[in-house]
Design a protein around this ligand. Structure first.
Ligand code: DC
Length: 659
């Protein structure tokens, strides 16, 4: 899927069982592979990053099989991978790349490790330097300090025993990525001797190192840690714990907790299952950050619930060192808070799937949010009211977290999110869950042929309900008008689509403005109506206008009128109406309208014209005019405007009543 369009959301509730933790899944797989014995890993995350790790282990000759959904049996190789020569492709999976680099650098084979282009821009020099002091032979295949890498066998196994290591302590920088320390810690037991690791500089993302130590201990290797600066790794080998349960992913939980904090009420909170008080993942700390912002949070051993405060959320200043991934979600929650939010100590964002500080600042800017960024911080100044955000097309930079975070901005404004499939890196199916749990603003879709009275009825229904009103035909008319003004032929699909994409329209009660100028009656000319029907048959033009129409789908609700409101633009509409009348009645109405306006008119010509346009609208390949199966038929041959309006309002009331 190229993109997903999200309408403005107005509420959220329900519960979700979280997919398995990525951090635990990939560590558990590697440790199970390195240990003696067979491990049954239960609740493994099914995602791109774990698929890369599973593939790599298979290429290395490890026997891994899925025995049931999410249950994997790993036959450990006792520290010696069966295949001594292999080339591994690890995509953009940082957890897999760093930990396999360390484990394979201390193994006895020759390995090449590669990833996608972005992986080759993510630094790994600090880990390589540390591994070299252990005697590892590592070559950079492209750029010094970055993947891809060639790992050669450690020449003499005894060289990596601590007694021979000079200096006899391994030093590693802790302030770029904690995954370097994690990789090193998990690999060092392969040396078979007690080793000491010292961290240079501040250790960032400490909770991830805690996950590493916890899992190593479950596989029988204990690490004594002093002040998170010095780690002594026992000289024992990994032994399978038998069965290992992977808890739910706490970073993935952040999106749903935020959903609750923004859109759920106290009596119907949003509940995540699979992480809670007993979690070993630092990202559960995100719930505390939400609580600081004023959200209502409740927590059990393996569940968390969130709902919105009775008043507004508050902006906060937070050191995000311990929750770097979940902190991205705070940047979006900030849009719904009173006062600014400042996220500090997030330098690691710059070396993740994308430069997340830059990406976040750029995309928030598209929504009209004021953002300031520094080397390791981000400041978000929300607009006074969330509804003053601009509808926008959000790019995701092949970064799953960008896509998931920005879905929450739909509580302020309709959005198009490009490449939503990138969420498969850690959470396939994310958007299905989001759509299941978030409730969009209601839409009434009213379709029908020209001169059926649907415009007047729609505008009245919108006024009665206090909803926004979209006259989609106006967009096609304005496109035809702008094309004519620019001297572009109505048949020239590419050129007209260009015009449609860049159309500068402002609709207001009083007038419609095109390119800053009032349009006046020009839009209603018969020639322009004929042009509109022509340009509306061009697929590229319809595509160019699609998101522009969906951008009207805002709170508290929308009434849209046109030809394809219920079929294409708002297929999930709360109520779909097909409003029509016979050609004769419609021609008669148009005839009387023209006479009343003091214009000359010929009933026969009007009828013929109307039938030609009807035929074109009905026969075109894309979005033809027709009554959808789930649309209610409103024949206005014998109904006046008031009666038709009342009927639509009654149908809408019925839809809202619980079944
Ligand atoms: O509703 P109207 O008469 O203003 O529409 C003008 C033309 O635009 C009409 O010929 C059909 C086309 N149109 C469309 O194809 N799809 C819509 N949703 C609205 C209008």
């Amino acid at each position: 899927m190229e993109f997903i369009d999200l309408p403005q959301m107005i509420a959220a509730d329900g519960s979700i069982r979280l997919p398995g933790s990525k951090s635990i899944s990939n560590r558990a797989l590697l440790l199970a592979a390195l240990s003696a014995g067979t491990t049954e890993v239960r609740g493994l995350l099914a995602s791109d990053d774990t698929a890369r790790m599973l593939e790599a282990l298979k290429v290395l000759g490890v026997d891994v099989v899925e025995t049931g959904t999410g249950h994997w049996r790993v036959h450990g190789c006792g520290g010696r991978f069966p295949n001594r020569r292999a080339e591994l492709f690890l995509g953009n999976a940082g957890t897999a790349f760093r930990s396999l680099t360390a484990a394979l650098a201390l193994a006895e084979g020759e390995y090449v490790l590669k990833g996608v282009a972005r992986m080759h821009e993510r630094p790994i020099g600090d880990l390589v330097d540390a591994l070299r002091t252990c005697g590892a032979d590592i070559e950079y295949l492209e750029k010094e300090g970055y993947p891809p890498l060639r790992l050669k066998p450690v020449r003499s196994r005894s060289r990596i025993r601590p007694a021979r290591i000079r200096p006899d302590v391994v030093r590693i920088r802790g302030d770029v990525s904690s995954q370097f320390l994690t990789g090193l810690l998990m690999a060092l037991p392969l040396t078979g001797a007690e080793t000491v690791v010292e961290v240079e500089g501040e250790l960032i993302s400490r909770p991830y190192v805690e996950i590493t130590l916890d899992l190593m201990a479950r596989f029988g290797v204990h690490v004594a840690c002093r002040g998170w600066q010095s780690f002594t790794i026992a000289g024992t080998s990994y032994v399978s714990p038998g069965i290992l349960h992977v808890e739910g992913d706490a970073s993935s939980a952040s999106y749903f907790l935020a959903l609750g904090a923004i859109g759920a009420t106290a009596d119907k909170p949003l509940r995540v299952e699979g992480v809670g008080r007993d979690s070993i993942q630092g990202d559960v700390g995100f719930a505390d950050a939400l609580a600081q912002m004023g959200a209502r949070i409740e927590m059990g051993p393996d569940w968390i619930q969130a709902s919105a405060p009775s008043g507004k959320l508050r902006g906060i200043t937070l050191d995000c060192n311990a929750i770097p991934d979940a902190a991205m979600t705070l940047a979006i929650v900030a849009l719904f808070a009173q006062g600014e939010t400042r996220l500090d100590n997030i330098a690691s964002w710059r070396v993740k799937e994308t430069d997340r500080i830059a990406a976040m600042a750029r995309e928030l800017g598209k929504l009209g949010v004021r953002v300031e960024e520094g080397a390791d911080w981000l400041r978000i100044i929300p607009p006074g009211a969330a509804h003053s955000l601009h509808a926008a097309i959000i790019d995701t930079y092949d970064d799953h977290r960008m896509a998931m975070c920005f879905s929450l901005a739909a509580f302020g404004v309709p959005l198009r999110i490009n490449d939503p499939g990138c969420t498969a890196k850690t959470f396939p199916g994310y958007f299905e869950h989001f759509i299941r749990l978030a409730r969009p603003a209601p839409v009434i879709a009213i379709d029908g042929p020209t001169a059926s009275g649907k415009g007047t009825v729609s505008a009245r229904v919108a006024r009665a309900l206090g909803f926004h009103y979209l006259d989609s035909g106006a967009l096609y008319r304005l496109t035809a008008l702008a094309a004519r003004d620019a001297g572009i032929d109505w048949e020239d699909e590419a050129a007209v689509a260009e015009i449609a994409a860049r159309l500068e329209v402002e609709f207001s009660e009083a007038e419609t403005r095109l390119g800053g100028k009032a349009v006046g009656a020009a839009m209603r000319e018969e020639a322009i109506a004929a042009g509109a029907s022509k340009v509306a048959a061009l697929p590229a033009v319809r595509n160019a206008l699609l998101f522009r129409q969906r951008a009207f789908h805002r709170a508290p609700g929308l009434v849209g009128d046109g030809r394809d409101m219920g079929s294409v633009v708002f297929p999930q509409a709360t109520l779909k109406v097909f409003l029509t009348a016979s050609a004769e009645v419609r021609a008669e109405r148009r005839y009387r309208q023209l006479l009343a306006a003091g214009r000359e008119a010929d009933l026969a010509v009007i009828l013929a014209d109307l039938e030609t346009r009807d035929a074109r609208d009905r026969q075109r390949a894309l979005a033809p005019l027709r009554q959808e199966k789930d649309a209610l038929l409103l024949d206005t041959d014998t109904l006046d405007i008031e009666a038709a309006t009342r009927r639509v309002l009654e149908w809408y009331e019925q839809r809202l009543r619980p079944q």
